[in-house]
Design a protein around this ligand. Structure first.
Ligand code: PLP
Length: 466
């Protein structure tokens, strides 16, 4: 399998190169040359597979330049630190099925992909003999999952910027208490946007980027999407085992990464296995307007209690748009340029096709808190605010089929919202409770490109011979 850019500007790449490139050099996103498909007979075979066995089969469809044995080891070690033997267990709660994706080291679904990504990076660097300095900005969750994915790994240093004093205390501790020598937390005296802008400036300095082998871990990396396809198929197979031939998924959506993995899974499986993807948004509803009316126009970011979904420009949307354009890169480029200039696109001509894939619903703040509260009263089960948005959308959009709701974070990570909904805090899992007593390390810097650049230079791994 080879990988091409949505914008059509690069020669097809093998998987390992796509992994290391992250964002395509022509500014597009990497996608597989074609989407493989899986037969009914194969599904029957997979029915009893463990999560790791299924991951090996699915990843092998997209990765042909890493040996099967090695890939198996990378998968096994990625999921060895999850605190549930099924990795992503599913629990029935009334009419809905809750797929718990938060059993990894940082208690959020990003661990599922980032634990594997760290292993894949290490493997490729080990073979090629290079090194990598990962640089990223976070408003909270992605940073800790990225750090957990590469801590202690040879050949990789990681620099994560967060806005000083503006993440939740728990989120900051999840990052700063990781004391491995290859982990560098930088608290920037400024906002998340300031931190993000600094990272962008450094990446756009191509000489600097090449000299220091800068690597990115945001959700534009194809390998992250690929890792997430697994739990869609895994949970589908479970319901199939119970006699359900056809299901829907409800997905709390921010950057369109998770739900794009659902789109890949839908196309991989025989027709009708996954009928609809229910795209759940909070007050930042650009994607809901797109699904309902074909209106893709950005507005101001509104802060909500589901901060990982407070996004107006979903970085993975380009991948879906590429498929809507049937792989016509020129048409896609024209759309992306128009959107960059005007901030809006009329995609209403695709409405019939979009309706084949998606339903969508936008959930208000009050509804989010009310959903946590009602769900708890009814089922004695606590949802985090992101999952609550998905559950609410599932209830609004569900048809006659079972709906699997993706639970993207552990409720204990969102103390204030849970307190508001049920009048007390969620029980703290031990790995969060003990953080406050741990030693922490963090560099506080001004929101200044040169200050960050100097810090990175002083602590970066260097290419041999440079
Ligand atoms: C990142 C995140 C999301 C959104 O996922 P996307 O892939 O960006 O759509 C939802 N919930 C939580 C808890 C997250 O951390």
């Amino acid at each position: 399998m080879r990988y091409i850019s949505t914008r059509g500007g690069i020669a097809p790449l093998p998987f390992q190169d796509a992994l290391m490139m992250g964002l395509a050099r022509d500014g597009g996103l990497l996608v597989p040359e074609r989407l493989p498909s899986v037969s009914e007979a194969t599904l029957e075979q997979w029915q009893r597979f463990s999560y790791q066995q299924l991951a090996l089969e699915l990843l092998s469809l997209f990765i042909d330049d890493i040996g099967r044995q090695t890939l198996n080891e990378l998968i096994e070690s990625a999921y060895a630190h999850f605190d549930h033997p099924q990795v992503t267990p599913m629990r029935r709660q009334g009419e809905l099925f809750i797929l718990e994706l938060f059993h990894g080291p940082t208690l959020a679904f990003k661990d599922v992909a980032l634990q594997l990504l760290g292993n894949l990076f290490t493997h490729v660097l080990g073979q090629r003999g290079g090194c990598m300095n990962i640089l990223g900005a976070t408003s909270g969750d992605t940073g800790s999952a990225a750090i957990a994915g590469v801590r202690g790994k040879p050949g990789i240093n990681i620099f994560i910027l967060h806005p000083h004093g503006r993440t939740s205390p728990l989120q900051a501790l999840q990052m700063t208490t990781v004391l491995d020598k290859n982990v560098f937390n930088i608290a920037v005296r400024g906002s998340f946007d300031d931190a993000q802008a600094i990272v962008k400036t450094l990446f756009n300095d191509l000489a600097f980027r090449d000299r220091y082998c800068l690597g990115a871990v945001n959700s534009i990396n194809w390998a992250r999407i690929l890792a997430q396809v697994v739990y869609y198929v895994f949970s589908y197979l479970k319901l199939r085992g119970l006699g359900h031939r056809s299901v829907d998924f409800a997905v709390p959506t921010g950057n369109f990464g998770d739900i794009f993995a659902g789109f890949v899974a839908k196309n991989l499986l025989p027709r009708g296995c996954i009928q609809r993807l229910i795209l759940a948004t909070n007050a930042n509803d650009i994607l809901t307007r797109f699904v309902k009316r074909g209106d893709y126009s950005r507005s101001q970011v509104i802060p909500t209690s589901s901060p990982s979904m407070d996004i107006q420009i979903a970085s993975n949307f380009e991948r879906y748009l590429y498929y809507l354009h049937d792989g016509d890169s020129a048409a896609l480029r024209a759309d992306m340029e128009q959107f960059a200039q005007s901030g809006c696109l009329d995609l209403s001509r695709f409405r019939a096709r979009t309706a084949e894939d998606f339903r969508s619903h936008s959930v208000s703040e009050d509804e989010t808190i009310a959903t946590i509260s009602e769900f708890y009263q009814k089922h004695a089960y606590l949802l985090d605010p992101h999952t609550a948005v998905g559950v609410r959308a599932a209830m609004a959009c569900r048809e006659e089929r079972p709906v699997i709701c993706l639970a993207t974070a552990h409720p204990a990570k969102f103390v204030a919202s849970v307190q508001k909904a049920i009048g007390r805090e969620a029980p703290m899992p031990p790995q969060l409770a003990e953080l406050a007593h741990r030693e922490s390390r963090c560099e506080v810097l001004d929101a200044d490109v040169e200050a960050v650049r100097n810090f990175v230079v002083a602590h970066a791994l260097q290419k041999p011979g440079s």
